[in-house]
Design a protein around this ligand. Sequence first.
Ligand SMILES: Nc1ncnc2c1ncn2[C@@H]1O[C@H](COP(=O)(O)OP(=O)(O)OP(=O)(O)O)[C@@H](O)[C@H]1O
Length: 736
Amino acid sequence: MPIKLFPNLRLLNPPLSATRFPSMNLKPSVNSSRAIPAFRRIFPFKLKYLGLPTRVNSQQQQQQQLGLRKLSTRPFRPAASSEFGRRGSRAGEIRGSKNLIDDEAELSDWVSDLRTDSFHSNKRFSKDDDVSDFRKGSGRENRGSYSMKRRRKSDSDDSYDSSRRGNRNSVNSFSRNNISNNTSRFSRRSNSELEAGNVGRKTRFSNDDENDVGEERRRGMSGIRDLLSEEVSDNDDDDDDSVLRNNARSLIGLDKENGGMSVAISSPGKHDSFMSESRFDQCSISALSLKGIKDAGYEKMTIVQEATLPVLLKGKDVLAKAKTGTGKTVAFLLPSIEVVIKSPPVDRDQKRPPILVLVICPTRELATQAATEASTLLKYHPSIGVQVVIGETGSSTAYMNVVSTPANICTGDSWAMFVFSRIQNSQILVATPGRLRDHIENTAGFATRLMGVKVLVLDEADHLLDMGFRKDIEKIIAAVPKQRQTLLFSATVPEEVRQMHLVAPLDLHFPLLYVLLREHVADNPEYKVLVFCTTAMVTRMVADLLGELKLNVREIHSRKPQSYRTRVSDEFRKSKGLILVTSDVSARGVDYPDVTLVIQVGLPSDREQYIHRLGRTGRKGKEGQGILLLAPWEEFFLSTIKDLPILKAPVPSVDPDTKKKVERALSHVEMKNKEAAYQAWLGYYNSNKKVGRDKYKLVELANEYSRSMGLDNPPAIPKLVLGKMGLRNIPGLRSK
Ligand SMILES: Nc1ncnc2c1ncn2[C@@H]1O[C@H](COP(=O)(O)OP(=O)(O)OP(=O)(O)O)[C@@H](O)[C@H]1O
């Protein structure tokens, strides 16, 4: 029987045989005996699993559906929160069971995804029709360039070669073989090359790797399952439950000898607080850490902290999923710090002092944020240092020694470029995967330092275990001791966010965006808005436009230097009355308090990215609004999020004056920025499996986009770029 530890969360114990999983009719599956070794690299010793909570009953489901049907919207402004997005009678449900209604489904889905994606990868890839050209290339090169693509996200997709994206065969080879570093790593390249779409096959994205979501994610392959893919083979086991059990064991790295891994899934209902009633001082945390916690303003634990801290403090591995903005960072940092405290003090003169805690985050922003939080918690531990290793523009690496005042990180001034050898004494290292791997491979003595790791944390674990990061993570895991504590944290969607979508022709998007923002600003004196755009160059152009329209905007994307990004991010975090136009560098994990509205303009790269962007609002139990603005031909995306309570809102009318005003503003946006946005837009949608399939249609749409920016003729694109995009000789394009 499952052991219920907390009202909203359970740590789940064996036996699996007692667990009821939803029936899943997915025949071939992971052969667990082959899959387990891959996960043992992550959880080398430990494994224990889990009874699962009950599922939502049919009455609750009905109520939820009814609740949704009753929803109404006002034009471009969601109705009051009480009626918008609320799910029937959830508030009255019994916490202990109700709050876990999604848990079983989620976990089962997660686990079953292992099976489906692993097995179906073959089929799915071979089905795709836009891959034929690329398949003709040599397998080895393909693998190299494919993995490169996976490491990129829309932010860096400004000029991107869709034919390469489509190479499913490459993925298979990639995942099934141990290809050499030469093919899985990429040489550096400059921003201008990126911008020009000059994607060399052995190019390494040193610049924004960590911010760029793997291409695989676009195809819906997520997370942990990918790590299994090279271990996959068909399995004749017809018994869904036993297959699932095997997969669960693989997922968590089962090893009964060592006390095992606990799984915590925190899903408080919409009306439940994200705070628990437990205080930090009820846990066995050192007095100085408690002082730091108190100074940070934390008194009680959040639910995810309450659920995981006691277990983590016992040294166990944990896989935790909790809503965005519910305090996961503290949940993994605090026990990690306690491990450092209990370890023998580091000799400052030691040549290669060990790193005791290694935190991996997928983006620079997240890494910086985690380090900031760590420094807050370490206020009364002056002998403990936190170091951040993240990619910096160009070929250099940014290192920060984090001292106890968070402000030092967040202001651009404090960004320091150090030679690595000068800061070798931090016990806690927060890093992005690509840069960390570089150090493992290229920095003398670094691997030795990693031999001291006692705690390994993967923040946004689902993302880190995507194919896009796979090789880096494998390398990192191979570099840290097997005898360690492993913490996997990952996010789920908050229900506090009122979500809706608008579908309108492309030529209305800019005026509509303006109208939406103008209304929101007028209604919310303390507005704080994130506008997500598809690519970095589109982000720049939209920010220019909104600036011309006299809105208070900032922009952030991967083409900006890190110091600038840090400064703007910090400004946005602290301010009210500001709009941040951003690429996906802000999509995950970044904790901007009190964001009132998230607008996503155009197709999100995939469901997960949509959810994570949305998760920037509705944090800490607060309410927020989300608007997805799509063109009619982008509506297909909605099918991927149909399980979420997202309503179609009527398109607000745009009066002629507003239209004129926007046109005028567009005419003031620099031509080169509009040209770059056009090319980026084309590259982004070209890389989308659905939109990019019909190149003729794509070009028509791109030209529509160009017109929506006020351009009479679509800008010319370098022939080389067109060739790489597979768009040579498509009518309607201009080349130069
Ligand atoms: N015990 C606590 N009491 C009050 N506030 C807290 C507590 N723990 C964390 N917070 C605050 O909650 C906010 C969200 O925390 P955090 O960014 O760690 O959430 P998260 O779950 O990691 O979100 P995401 O999934 O988006 O990364 C932060 O501002 C943090 O300072």
